[in-house]
Design a protein around this ligand. Structure first.
Ligand code: KIV
Ligand code: ZN
Length: 527
């Protein structure tokens, strides 16, 4: 029997870069910092914090994450040109552990149609990019974009040259999600066999999910000897997304007998991190999503329930507690104190600062007055509402009154606070109370929006459950999200609406502050 330690696989999280490229998933600075801290607490090895040249907002997010988040390597993306690499370094340099990730497409399709460069020019540019980055720090990752559609000979040539130039990680992206598991296995094996200096770099895999194969392909790469997986929480990312972190990690853990690998991930933080990312990006997790979906551990069939009662291993290959689902649905009420609330929030995976606890506690008390018993779902809704609220929101709700009756035009009187001023408007228009609330918010804030998506769901069971509203609105061609939680769905709607309005207002303030700075580079989006 072998006594060798299982192989360690690095987890490179790109939720804040590739994940943020999911349509409609953009996050603001505060949200990115929160997600980055959650990723560090989860135990990822590398956080790809953004693409600093892409916009002043991206630059600032990478810089602040580099300055404040500890316990993981902070990485920034750059194309193989001096401006991108210098800007990435500028943002990353406050970090204690830094990686610069440079990329250049290598496949014939990209060379001919996108870059219009010859193979020699590609090698020269890739080597120059890696050398420039290596002059700043020791940890350099190079990605031959669209590697899985690149000719073997040329891919070997680029990989060998970039390792010689200083790359310490070589990442093999399946940029368009085209490869199959056996092809990925063969490609990694081919690189390990044919590139003479391959032992001087860690081989990494980066899979997109266009054919639903991202997890299988990532695991095939590990079986072939890759030492790093690039992935995102909930599998969010460009188009159909990237390999889901929770899936690759739990596959390696649950089937350690097969993979003989380990990661540093604290798997009990998977569910809370998934919830945070879902709330922050506005991208819901489907109920039957592996590992973190609401139904992932729900047994419906009588035969299954019977088996579970006899022995859980009959139908359960992982324990819900191992991935962070709480075991009990403890009830809190209006007599529960701050400590009990903090305790429950901690058990659910949220560590609140004193300030956050105070604000959640105030909302908790208000809610406990309206609703006798508060369940885990209520606590999660309150905590997440607080955590995803813009710091120093421009507009906050003071109070409202709604009169709605069948066959009559609804009436809304709404008061909002802006700075130290309160503004009240009365509106008698709209197709119902919700529509009227939209009109009232627009009238007071002066920000007009078009509603693109509106969803309401209950956080727990029962008629008095918190109603969570999630909405997307369009303003000047851009999509903004907002969330609201209350036992009254009109209030949830106003709060969600204000969430979106505050994002618009914050962006306008940021744009005014950045006016005069360099405009974002064109064509900076990477898959
Ligand atoms: O999918 C891709 O090719 C990428 C690279 C930038 C690594 O995201
Ligand atoms: Zn990608």
């Amino acid at each position: 029997m072998s006594t060798a330690e299982p192989r360690s696989i690095r987890i490179f999280d790109t939720t804040l870069r590739d994940g943020e490229q999911s349509p409609g998933a953009s996050m603001n600075l505060v949200e990115k910092l929160e997600v980055a801290q959650a990723l560090a607490d989860l135990g990822v090895d590398v956080i790809e914090a953004g693409f600093p040249i892409a916009s002043p907002g991206d630059f600032e997010a990478v810089r602040q994450i580099a300055q404040t988040v500890r316990g993981a390597t902070i990485c920034g993306l750059a194309r193989c040109n001096d401006k991108d690499i210098d800007r990435a370094w500028e943002a990353l340099k406050p970090a204690l552990q830094v990686r610069i990730h440079v990329f250049l497409a290598t496949s014939a399709i990209h060379r001919e149609f996108k870059l219009r460069m010859t193979p020699d020019e590609i090698v020269e540019r890739a080597v120059a990019g890696v050398r420039r980055a290596a002059a700043y720090c020791d940890d350099i990752e190079f990605s031959p974009e669209d590697a899985c559609r690149t000719e073997h000979d040329f891919l070997c040539r680029v990989v060998e040259a970039t390792i010689d130039a200083g790359a310490t990680t070589i990442n093999i992206p399946d940029t368009v999600g085209y490869a199959t598991p056996s092809e990925v296995y063969d490609r990694i094996t081919m690189l390990r066999n044919r590139v003479p200096n391959i032992d001087r770099a860690v081989l990494s895999i980066h899979c997109h999910d266009d054919l639903g194969l991202a997890t299988a392909n990532s695991l095939a790469a590990v079986s072939a000897g890759a030492g790093q997986i690039e992935c995102t929480i909930n599998g969010i990312g460009e188009r159909a997304g990237n390999a889901a972190l929770e899936e690759v990690v739990m596959a390696m853990k649950t089937r350690s007998d097969y993979f003989d690998c380990q990661t540093r991930i604290d798997t009990r933080r998977l569910v809370p991190t998934s919830r945070l990312v879902s709330k922050t990006t506005g991208l819901s997790v489907q109920r039957n999503k592996s590992i973190v979906g609401r139904n992932a551990f729900a047994h419906e069939a009588g035969i299954h329930q019977d088996g579970m009662l006899k022995d859980r291993s009959t139908y359960e290959i992982m324990s819900p507690a191992d991935v962070g689902f709480s075991k009990t649905d403890l009830v809190l009420g209006k007599h529960s104190g701050r400590a009990a609330l903090a305790d429950r929030a901690r058990a659910l995976g949220y560590t609140l600062t004193a300030d956050q606890l105070q604000q959640v506690f105030e909302r908790f008390k208000e809610l406990a007055d309206r609703k006798k018993e508060l369940y885990d779902g209520d606590i999660i809704a309150l905590v997440q509402q607080q955590m995803t609220t813009t710091v120093d929101p421009e507009w906050t709700l003071v109070d409202y009154e709604v009169i709605s009756a069948s066959g009559k035009t609804p009436h809304v009187r709404l008061t909002l606070r802006h700075g130290d001023q309160e503004r009240t408007e009365t509106v008698e228009q709209g197709d119902g109370a919700i529509d009227a609330a939209f009109w009232a918010v627009e009238k007071i804030t002066g920000i007009e929006v078009v509603c693109k998506d509106y969803q309401v769901r209950s956080a727990t069971l029962g008629r008095d459950a918190i109603g969570e509203v999630k909405l997307e609105v369009e303003h000047r061609g851009r999509i903004y999200r907002g969330n609201g939680a209350s036992t009254d769905t009109v209030e949830s709607t106003i709060l969600a609406m204000l969430g979106a309005i505050n994002r618009i207002a914050a962006e306008q303030t940021m744009a005014e502050r950045n006016a005069g700075e360099t405009a974002p580079a064109a064509g900076t989006v990477a898959g």
